[in-house]
Design a binder for this molecule. Structure first.
Ligand SMILES: Nc1ncnc2c1ncn2[C@@H]1O[C@H](COP(=O)(O)OP(=O)(O)OP(=O)(O)O)[C@@H](O)[C@H]1O
Length: 305
């Protein structure tokens, strides 16, 4: 759906994108993560032809929209008909109601009037703004504005949703609802690409994660595989509780006591079976054993180090 190769974007002497490559495949919910200033918005704006990179290639739906330092305008327009975009900093018309806002955008997509009206109602219900449909957007809270922006991104029933920091400004309920909408999009076979610097926003909804650091992609993979790789490098941590104290002298694992009968054990691989045998051989019983999964937070911090 999106293929970016060796993209370079300079803002005067700031190298915002430094040979960035990434690929978003059909049906994926792709979380584009990176610390502040890493180049996430620059990537998104470049992909949509809203700013001009200097080098690299961009494909959208197999259409080569950018190459040799320029955009192919016809292909870009064709691709954008199938894209829904939610910008990070958006301007909404404060004097309009949400229904009027969506109507203007729907008209720009040449959606016929009757279909537009139906779609507007569906979308306002989806983002929980139906009851506020006759209020002016200028009176909306940040969260309500975000929800309206999401609705406008969905007006053309896009195959690909591109969202720049979509959950910023939402309260916990708004975040949960947003995640449900994303999950529904995935279920409907759509592809979603969204940026965030907040890991908790990504962990539950994304199947694939790309991490950008200083304009370069550091890693791009399935979330489970990223965790497994991390465990391989960092070691498995097991929290063990036994009925009596156990003497671990001589073992190769790193054992730190957490109490009289509780231990943190770090090993290069999953040693649960060996641990079982070891404890039994010492005449003790295991009361609890738990592999401590690394959080995405730990992995992310390691990557951006
Ligand atoms: N219009 C601009 N002019 C000059 N420098 C810019 C401009 N826009 C972005 N930059 C710089 O380019 C780099 C990447 O910025 P970008 O906004 O793409 O990062 P980001 O990952 O989206 O960050 P954030 O999470 O803070 O939104 C930063 O160093 C930023 O200061």
């Amino acid at each position: 759906m999106i293929r970016i190769e060796n993209l370079v974007k300079l803002y005067k002497d700031v190298r915002a994108l430094d040979g960035l490559s990434l690929e978003v495949k059909p049906g994926q919910v792709y979380g584009f993560l990176g610390p502040n200033g890493a180049g996430k918005s620059t990537t998104i704006l470049s992909t949509l032809g809203l700013i001009f990179p200097q080098e690299g290639r961009i494909e959208l739906f197999n259409l080569e929209v950018f190459r040799d330092g320029k955009f192919n305008e016809d292909d870009l327009v064709e691709a954008k008909r199938r894209i829904g975009y939610m910008p990070e900093h958006a301007t909404l018309w404060d004097f309009m109601t949400p229904a009027q806002t969506l109507d203007v955008i729907g008209e720009a997509f040449e959606i016929p009037k009757a279909e537009r009206e139906k779609r507007i109602r569906e979308l306002l219900e989806l983002v929980n703004l139906w009851e506020d449909r006759n209020r002016k957007v200028g009176k909306f809270s940040k969260g309500m504005r975000q929800r309206l922006l999401l609705a406008q991104a969905l007006i053309n029933d896009p195959d690909l949703l591109i969202l720049d920091e979509p959950m910023t400004g939402l309260d916990p309920k708004g975040i949960a609802e947003f995640k449900e909408i994303i999950a529904a999009q995935k279920k409907a076979g759509k592809t979603v690409f969204f940026s965030s610097h907040i890991l908790a926003h990504v962990e539950e909804v994304c199947d694939t994660v790309g991490v950008i650091v200083k304009g370069k992609l550091r890693v791009e993979d399935n979330l489970e595989r990223i965790k497994r790789e991390f465990l391989k490098k960092a070691g498995y941590t097991i929290i063990l509780e036994t009925n009596v104290p156990v003497d671990f002298t001589g073992v190769e694992w790193k054992v730190s006591p957490l109490g009289e009968k509780k231990y943190r054990i770090v090993a290069p691989e999953d040693i649960r079976e060996e641990l079982h045998d070891f404890v039994s051989a010492k005449g003790a019983k295991i009361l609890a054993m738990q592999v401590k999964e690394p959080s995405l937070e730990e992995i992310f911090l390691k990557m951006v180090e």
